[in-house]
Ligand binder design. Structure first.
Ligand code: FHN
Length: 433
């Protein structure tokens, strides 16, 4: 009975989200091309940056520490990131092997990190900095051939028209002015798409705050696709994709897992996949969070995501002065060094060739398969790639090229590992056929 109720609830949530979706959406040729390119890129940098960084306590600090909105707003008075340098950020992303950047243009605190005519609560009007870092970033990304995407929060803790915590009645908050809020978002999204060169994606977040509201996705997604048919829309609503979306976002979980509890309702759909994760435990700068993930953990995340055909969006939370903290810079440099050597086995590959195995996972490109041995091999010095049907032309160690002995039988391909060099992070076998 409880299972049935849960199923009905999920169905209701999906249907109510889909009801306002861009029904009948047919992606343009350029959008389909963008999706393939997106899948090829594999690795991106997520950036959570806002006035909250001044408190060094993450991007939820206003809500968690119960700071009244009007007091929180004062943070803008002393947000002055004099050391921000777009070139440094883009250089770092490139050095790490990342091919795109997704940056918070406006998070749940409602502060716009870009020049907007729709609200004075923005970095140009409300801070002593007075400049638009998103403009600089967009221009630098274009210069260096990195794609730029904007994170955009649907949830707003402060605006009167959003009326945070107001109950939803007939798809809209009882208090506030829902139409005004939807129009505000549409106007800001228009600015983000038309004023910043080369924007390739919009990453929505916050839907889960109002699961049963009518978000007018038909209008919002329709507008975005009208302004930029190739712009890819993703929405971290923790549900299966709804019509009008171009990629499916997962948070802190590989597709198919649900360690966070966010992905329970998110069946894997047909769209390109992306999963995001933090370098410590925080999205926004957190001065007290020293729970840094190791290079090995993060490379494994990237490889496992690729094995599941998903991109990996790895987050940094820049400091209030605009710099990215040295611990992140160091780790990203080391990930970049790994990718320099092994990028062939990641970029442009596709996953889910064979299901992940206890020893690791597989990626594939044209007539080549890469087996990534991420974990110790359990029995004997060999692995089985189950269901491998074709006859290999060559089976070699990716690193050094040593020939590996193999046998094909009805269970799949058995590869002997004696000649496969040891590696702390990933022992890769290259199989051509
Ligand atoms: O609440 C946000 C959080 O601050 C962060 O932006 C992450 C990124 O995936 N998404 C939300 C939680 O689902």
């Amino acid at each position: 009975m409880r299972k049935l109720l849960r199923f009905l609830l999920i169905l209701f949530l999906c249907l109510s989200a889909a009801a306002s979706a861009q029904q009948g959406y047919k992606p343009s040729e350029s959008n389909l091309k963008a999706r393939e390119h997106f899948k090829d890129m594999k690795f991106g940098m997520f950036i959570h940056w806002g006035i909250y960084s001044t408190l060094g306590d993450g991007e939820w600090v206003m809500d968690i520490k119960k700071i009244p909105y009007n007091d929180y707003k004062r943070l803008a008075d002393f947000f002055n990131p004099q050391a921000f340098n777009a070139k440094e950020w883009v250089d770092l992303a490139k050095r790490a092997g990342m091919k795109y950047i997704t940056v918070t243009s406006r998070h749940h605190d409602g502060f716009s990190m870009f020049d907007t005519k729709q609200s004075d609560y923005n970095i140009v009007k409300a801070t002593p900095y007075k400049k638009d870092p998103m403009k600089e970033l967009a221009e630098e990304c274009q210069k260096q051939g990195i794609e730029l995407r904007f994170y955009y929060s649907l949830l707003d803790w402060g605006r009167a028209d959003y009326a945070f915590k107001s109950p939803i009645v007939n798809g809209a908050p009882e208090k506030g002015d829902w139409n005004s809020y939807i129009n505000f978002m549409k106007a800001q999204l228009t600015e983000l798409i038309t004023n910043y060169p080369g924007v390739k994606g919009i990453w929505f977040d916050g839907h889960w705050d109002r699961k049963n509201a009518n978000w007018h996705y038909d209008e919002i997604y329709g507008l975005i696709h009208k302004l930029g048919p190739d712009i890819m829309i993703g929405n971290n609503h923790h549900l299966a994709p709804i019509p009008g979306e171009d990629f499916q976002a997962f948070e802190k979980d590989l597709p198919g897992n649900n360690k966070t509890g966010f992905s329970g309702d998110a069946k894997i759909g047909e769209l390109p996949l992306e999963t995001c994760e933090t370098m410590n435990g925080s999205w926004g700068f957190n001065i007290n969070d020293r729970n840094y993930k190791s290079v090995k953990e993060l490379v494994h995340y990237l490889v496992n995501a690729a094995g599941l055909d998903a991109n990996f969006l790895l987050n940094v939370g820049p400091m209030p002065n605009g710099k990215i903290q040295p611990e992140f810079v160091d780790t990203l440099g080391k990930i970049g060094a790994w990718i320099d050597k092994n990028g062939e086995t990641i970029y442009g590959t596709r996953g889910t060739v064979v299901k992940a195995q206890t020893w690791g996972t597989l990626t594939a490109k044209a007539k080549t398969v890469y087996a990534h041995l991420l974990n110790p091999v359990k029995e004997g010095n060999q692995i089985l790639i189950p269901g491998f049907k074709v006859k290999p032309k060559s089976v070699t160690a990716f690193n050094g090229g040593a020939k590996l002995k193999y046998k094909k039988d009805k269970t799949g391909l058995i590869v002997h590992l004696d000649q496969l060099p040891a590696d702390e992070i990933d022992r890769i076998i290259k199989i051509t056929y």
